[in-house]
Write a protein that binds this ligand. Structure first.
Ligand code: PLP
Length: 413
């Protein structure tokens, strides 16, 4: 099986010793399994096999160029959420027609560029945005391919920060208004309304909400077709969750089954925009212990050279990633608050971790960090962005070198 294998005090990635990669490249370091990224993409693609479909990998989860190239060569299309992500996709060799352009606040310049290069479809967020795209396309004498993002009013059961389909959320057009908006836009000379789109949240683990969203949007698409609109696809966004704690996750086959059951009867092509599910388990963050200090009671702070600037999820969402030790230590297990080096109390990696007390210089590995890890890293505290290594073919290569001080200051005068 591809990916990471853990033993007490060690880990390998597709047979390559993770500690050896960290020793050679330094920490903090992201390490990805190329084989697992591709295997997961293929598993989802195969699970959807019964229905005409296209997988558009959501670049926001991780848009490091080497990973985007890898997924493109495996056959994936992409979902881009900004002009920057579109630029990365093009650099990675993605054909513009394989780009869906989503995003709640696309600028005039981003829309101009998207129409100019001819992206596959722009998922418009509002009637106003449709009108702006229409003006741009009409001025250029072309028709832009658009879909409307529908807000189905379905509040999925996930962290409140990543739930996007409820009536009070900023995303899309309320489903009650969407029919009129679509019928209007279908008559405009600069637009081809080719699809409908919804994305109700990320880290979804409840099949009922996925099924309800899929059937609601499929039914809506059918109503538009009955009204004479020539739709081509239904885009059901991303959102499939992964297991961060080791308990069984929602099987990809069941997720695919409910999407296909809803969309196949429409005869339309099904588009999906998975991010986390494809790359999350395929990446880890390796960090070095830089300090160990006792708290009151028999509890310790274990301070790493990685924190919220490298992996924001614990600070932002209270996410709990599993930790593994890459340096064997015996001794009784003690309770450790594993924290980062940043001047913020929210800067934690994992609180209350039970393990033999590490020593300064030990390596720790944070599991399931491939999605929304490197992509959300920042230069806060003037920290250099970490290096990223891709394990492939029995070896590894850096797909992103560690930033230098010159990189940090390159845009300043
Ligand atoms: C429109 C859209 N599509 C796809 C995704 C990817 O979601 P996930 O990584 O949960 O699959 C997101 C994430 O927020 C999104 O906003």
């Amino acid at each position: 099986m591809s990916g990471f294998t853990f033993s007490s005090g060690g880990a390998t990635c597709d047979g390559v010793d993770a500690a050896a990669v960290a020793a050679a490249e330094g920490t903090p370091l992201y390490v990805y399994s190329a084989a697992l990224v591709v295997d997961r993409y293929r598993a989802l693609d195969a699970a959807l096999g019964a229905c005409p479909h296209r997988v558009h990998y959501a670049l926001k989860a991780n848009s490091t160029l080497g990973l985007v190239r890898l997924l493109r060569s495996a056959g994936s299309a992409v979902d881009a959420n900004s002009g920057g992500e579109i630029a990365v996709a093009l650099r990675a060799g993605v054909d513009p027609v394989d780009v869906v352009f989503t995003g709640v606040g696309k600028t005039a310049a981003e829309l101009e560029d998207a129409v100019r290069i001819g992206v596959g479809v722009i998922n418009a967020e509002s009637a106003g945005e449709l009108a702006r795209i229409d003006r741009i396309a009409t001025a250029r004498g072309v028709r832009a391919r658009v879909a409307l993002r529908i807000n189905p009013g379905i509040e999925a059961d996930s962290h409140p920060g990543i739930v996007t389909g409820g009536a009070r959320h900023k995303f899309g057009v309320p489903i009650e208004d969407a029919g009129a908006v679509c019928r209007d836009a279908a008559g405009w000379s600069g637009l081809d309304l080719v699809g409908v789109h919804a994305h109700v949240g990320s880290q979804l683990t409840n099949l009922d909400e996925v099924a309800r969203t899929a059937s609601t949007i499929a039914r809506f698409a059918q109503e538009l077709r009955a009204a004479g609109l020539a739709l081509e696809h239904v885009d059901l966004g991303g959102g499939l969750g992964i297991s961060y704690d080791g308990t069984p996750a929602l099987p990809v086959e069941e997720y695919a089954r409910v999407l296909v059951e809803a969309v196949a009867p429409t005869g339309l092509t099904l588009l999906v925009e998975p991010g986390r599910w494809i790359v999350g388990p395929a990446g880890v963050l390796i960090a070095t212990v830089v300090d160990v200090k006792p708290q009151r009671g028999s509890r310790y702070f274990v301070v790493l050279d990685a924190g919220m600037s490298e992996l924001l999820r614990p600070a932002l969402y209270g996410a709990r990633h599993r930790l593994e030790r890459l340096t064997p230590r015996s001794g009784p297990e003690v309770t450790c608050d594993v924290v980062g080096p940043i001047c913020e109390t929210t800067d934690v990696i994992r609180l209350g971790q039970s393990m033999p007390l590490p020593e300064v210089g030990d390596l720790l590995l944070v599991r399931d960090a491939g999605a929304y890890g490197a992509a959300m890293a920042s230069n806060y505290n003037r920290r250099a962005l970490p290096a990223e290594a891709l394990v492939e073919g029995g070896g590894w290569r850096l797909i992103r070198r560690r930033q230098t001080v010159d990189d940090l200051l390159a845009c300043e005068s």
